[in-house]
Design a protein around this ligand. Sequence first.
Ligand SMILES: [Zn+2]
Length: 158
Amino acid sequence: MSLKIMIAGCAKEEKDAVGSSVKKAFTDRPQDEPWSVSVVKVANQWSVEINGPEARYKGLSIVAPLGDLTGSLKNAIASAGKHSPKPAAATPNGNGDEKKDRHDCEGCSAPFEVIYTSLPGERQEVCPVACPQCWHVNHVPIAEGAGATGDYRAQAAS
Ligand SMILES: [Zn+2]
């Protein structure tokens, strides 16, 4: 793994210890990930900025107590990792809004509704939806998470 560590604001002797604390936090990351961490001692704590391989790991900044740099880094990375836009993170029932989009079937021209749960600001992607009347497969945009889990259904529009 490529891990760049910048350390400032502390004594030279401290830098080795800080460097190895930082490295410890990254030992279980995949080999090919590029990370950079800048650690600055401010007053009695570490001010840390982390930049990782994915958008959710860019510009993470945390404040860590002097004694627990490794743990604080691990926590920050783990909680940023949970902000994944992957389907597992999408709430199937609950926080999202149920959407009902109306489309006309390309096969039989009958209108139908596609029902799915969409999170605020969620992107859409085009997914196959079988017409409830003639089973022609239409391709319509629905929320990314619902599309990925197949958690959507079509019904005849009234
Ligand atoms: Zn149809």
